[in-house]
Design a protein around this ligand. Structure first.
Ligand code: FES
Length: 169
């Protein structure tokens, strides 16, 4: 008797779980379809598969900036003879911020210090992402500004290399 009750309850639980899984799947699909109406495929791709999303140990350039919405972004740069050989970021921001950070770091890699400073702007990030809704353009400004500050930090460190060991990270 108890054994049967237990079997029934496991069965009910399994049915509940599969209903919940199906509900979750449908909800995710609905959300994704809504997002597809607002964002390009490239934004959604970077959003789901962030590029260069990591910190770098002892970076040659580093910056942490806060956006107008309160979200922040950190950027890390590794240089070799004034060429950006590695560029990565971290953020506590939304998916669009992740897409913008991914774009900025992808664009920066392989560029010289001067090229990166001159060519990577919020407008270029937005263009690369095939547009962003007006409400999200500040995410691109945050990524561009963080990169600019990390480059400025690199310049600063070059003049006073010993300072690198006394700053975060
Ligand atoms: Fe805050 Fe994108 S930076 S929403």
């Amino acid at each position: 008797m108890i054994k049967n009750k237990l079997k029934d309850s496991i069965k009910t639980e399994r049915t509940d779980n599969s209903n919940l899984n199906e509900f979750t799947r449908q909800l995710q699909e609905q959300i994704f379809n809504q997002l597809k109406k607002q964002y390009s495929d490239i934004v959604l791709d970077y959003w789901q598969h962030p590029r260069n999303y990591k910190s770098l140990k002892n970076p040659d350039g580093y910056a942490k900036e806060k956006g107008s919405c309160g979200d922040s972004m950190e950027m890390f740069i590794r240089m070799k003879k004034d060429i950006i050989v590695e560029c990565s970021f971290l953020t506590d921001g939304c998916g669009t911020t992740i897409a913008c950070g991914s774009t900025a770091t992808e664009m920066a890699k392989g560029k010289s210090f001067t090229e990166a400073l001159a060519l990577i702007s919020a407008q270029e990030i937005i263009k690369h992402l095939q547009g962003l809704p007006e409400a999200d353009t500040h995410c691109a400004y945050l990524a561009a500004e963080t990169l600019r500050r990390a480059l400025a930090d690199y310049l600063h460190q070059k003049k006073a290399p010993w300072k690198k060991h006394y700053r975060r990270p």
